[in-house]
Design a protein. Structure first.
Lengths: 113, 113
């Protein structure tokens, strides 16, 4: 565990933005979309097939995720290809995955603490 | 952006655990607690003072966060000192912070996509 000297608490705007980002990722459908896009750019149709969800439901989620800069879109002809917005989103996803894969993220059994 | 060949989608249990972890972090009070603990171990009283929230409210959040393995507690005499559960939690928090500090995490202005 990295330990540093106590620093100034985060300002309210940063706290809200951080909570909003985590909250947006805290949904199973959006986790599936991030998982699909972790492999590279996909259009709505491909994401829809990959996660077995209607294209309209995928589009709805992508709009939310785009607004919060979790994904970004790039038009190519008649298709819009979506990717994760930046390396930080991929890193966040992969860190979360490591956390839950090591048995964290599962509810802890009760103990005295 | 790291791109790899399409892999198997995550299984349902992992998707739920990942969404639960992000959802738990997606709350301003819990973000403030993680921020406080990013600097090292603190007892409930110290967290309470640091984030200007009652000890009972802090304890309530810590119980939730402990159950989901975001924090862990270590008893020392009459006090319980809390730390982030593991390095992944600190990494998650810091990655999220980098994302929002670079202007991501703020709603994107509307454009054609």
């Amino acid at each position: 565990m990295q330990v540093s000297a106590p620093s100034q608490p985060l300002d309210a705007v940063t706290v809200e933005a951080l909570a909003d980002t985590f909250r947006l990722l805290g949904d199973p459908t959006r986790v599936r979309i991030v998982d699909a896009l972790a492999g590279g750019a996909l259009c709505v149709h491909e994401i829809s097939e990959r996660i077995s969800l209607s294209e309209s439901a995928v589009s709805h989620q992508l709009r939310l995720m785009r607004t919060m800069r979790i994904v970004k879109g790039r038009r190519e002809g008649r298709c819009v290809y979506y990717t994760l917005d930046d390396q930080h989103v991929l890193d966040l996803f992969q860190q979360g995955l490591r956390h839950v894969s090591e048995g964290h993220g599962q509810p802890r059994a009760n103990s005295d603490l």
